[in-house]
Ligand binder design. Structure first.
Ligand SMILES: Cc1ncc(C[n+]2csc(CCOP(=O)(O)OP(=O)(O)O)c2C)c(N)n1
Length: 467
């Protein structure tokens, strides 16, 4: 043991049992993938956990050395209970592989043995794996001479914003693993090009609507990262004053109506907002984001149809990431492409590579110009892939490893970075500088969110109803 006990304590980090769902109070450690004394990298799988809903690997939220395991394989721990200790340096004595005794100051009160009477925890759900076709490249139509040419500043701006989206999601993911963030999260790693490409076309006064997976949409539209982070921490300084949380973020001044977590719920809202622009003769448009799962919901038919017959200024942006939770698109859709459905409403439909930010930008520019000209809506399908699970508790076992690997190769940020470097528009030094500046921005956002005030009970009903 080190002489300076207080210094020693500061370098220790509790690993907790993550909160794996609103109805999941505890998890069983199936096995530890590292042993005390082992080096652990940030993001490296650390242990396997089983609940009555899923079995999944949980990653380390920071790098370090596994000092001690408090809850061993086969044991059960409640959500947010410390289950292991990580240290920064390797030379601190560790408890040894068989030592699961808690350190002073770390309680192990809520863990019980797997043979204890905890109904359902031992049950393993059968995992069905779907094989889906390899990602297909959709060739963009030739660029017309009237299409806007992106300047270097615009390209670098889109790159930086995509990196901000990705780093925000990564930070949120680790905050969640640390148990510092309440509530649930649906993340958008891998879908940044569609969010940023679409929003880069929008002008002040335009609006977006969004879904249960709204973080990248918000960042792409320019909602401040500080107010977004505070909202995720349910603080009064959040963009919805702490009343919305992750799935309902929005900021009307920035051009984003609060997101709606009911699948398909944003589509009639977008049509209504576009109707108000048309009625008030405002020169604005709405970009309505939704997943392919929403196109099987009744509101899709109602919203797109009314927008079509009234030529409303809206672009329906379907981010087709191939899965609605665990349901593969081909299981619930008879046509090959979502965009084919546009024909039923008499509007143009187009499928594009949603992982290429410039392709997205050009497609959105065409659709936005059409909407602004009073020619009505377009259904723009953007083929993409979410690299993370559907939600915090989804290990994604329904996707074949080769499929995930195939899409990782097409990571929209890595691909764009490579292209900008090759074109000489971006320097390797600038890549590091951009990431470091964003890191600081996020540090600041987290610090301010944690220090921010809680919403006051007496403000509970303010901003909820409009008279
Ligand atoms: C009307 C409704 N049904 C079910 C759910 C539960 N649910 C939340 S997200 C989701 C999948 C949505 O898939 P998709 O629209 O493709 O969006 P993605 O999650 O792929 O971004 C489901 C079924 C819900 N929120 N609302």
């Amino acid at each position: 043991m080190l002489a300076n006990r207080s210094g020693w304590r500061r370098m220790r980090h509790k690993i907790i049992m993550p909160d794996l769902g609103q109805t999941v109070a505890e998890g069983k450690i199936v096995r530890w993938l590292k042993q005390p004394g082992d080096r652990v990298e940030k993001g490296e799988p650390l242990f396997e956990v089983e609940t009555d809903k899923v079995t999944m690997e949980v990653e380390a939220f920071r790098a370090g050395y596994l000092h001690e395991i408090l809850v061993g394989g086969g044991e059960i721990a409640g959500a947010a209970t410390p289950i292991a200790i990580l240290t920064d340096s390797p030379n601190e004595s560790h408890g040894g592989p068989s030592s699961h005794a808690p350190e002073p100051g770390f309680k192990k009160t809520s863990s019980v043995t797997a043979s204890g009477s905890v109904p359902g925890v031992q049950r393993k759900h059968a995992r069905r794996r779907t094989t889906s076709p390899a990602p297909e490249r959709v060739v963009a139509p030739p660029r017309s001479t009237t299409e806007p040419k992106l300047t270097t500043d615009q390209k670098l701006g889109m790159y930086r914003r995509m990196v901000l989206c990705r780093m925000f999601e990564e930070r949120v993911y680790y905050l969640f693993l640390e148990g510092r963030l309440p509530g649930t999260i649906h993340q958008s790693q891998g879908q940044e090009a569609s969010a940023v490409g679409v929003c880069s076309v929008l002008e002040p006064g335009d609006m977006i609507t969004s879904t249960h997976r709204p973080h990248s949409h918000a960042i792409a539209r320019g909602v401040s990262v500080t107010s977004l982070m505070a909202e995720l921490f349910a603080k009064a300084t959040g963009c919805c004053r702490g009343k919305g949380g992750s799935m309902h973020v929005g900021d009307r001044d920035a051009g984003m109506l609060p997101a709606i977590a009911i699948v398909g719920g944003g589509i009639p809202l977008a049509a209504g907002c576009a109707l108000s622009f048309q009625y008030l003769k405002q020169p604005n448009i709405v970009a309505c984001f939704f997943g392919e799962g929403a196109t099987n919901i009744g509101t899709f038919h109602e919203g797109v149809n009314i927008a079509a017959i009234w030529d409303l200024p809206v672009v329906f942006v379907c981010e087709n990431n191939r899965y609605a939770a665990s349901t593969a698109v081909e299981k619930v859709m008879k046509v090959r492409r979502v965009s084919e459905r546009a024909a039923a409403y008499g509007i143009p439909g187009e499928t594009q590579d949603g992982n290429d930010v410039e392709v997205v930008y050009r497609a959105m520019a065409r659709a936005a110009a059409r909407a602004r000209d009073g020619a009505g809506p377009t259904l723009l399908e953007l083929e993409t892939y979410r690299l993370a699970g559907h939600s915090r508790s989804d290990p994604g076992h329904y996707r074949a490893a080769e499929e995930v690997a195939g899409w990782k190769v097409r990571d929209p940020i890595a691909a764009y970075e490579t292209r900008l470097l090759a074109e000489g528009l971006l320097r390797p030094k600038a890549v590091a500088e951009i990431r470091s500046a964003i890191d600081h921005e996020l540090d600041e956002a987290v610090a301010r969110a944690e220090q921010g005030p809680e919403p006051r009970p007496e403000d509970c009903l303010s901003d909820v109803f409009s008279e």
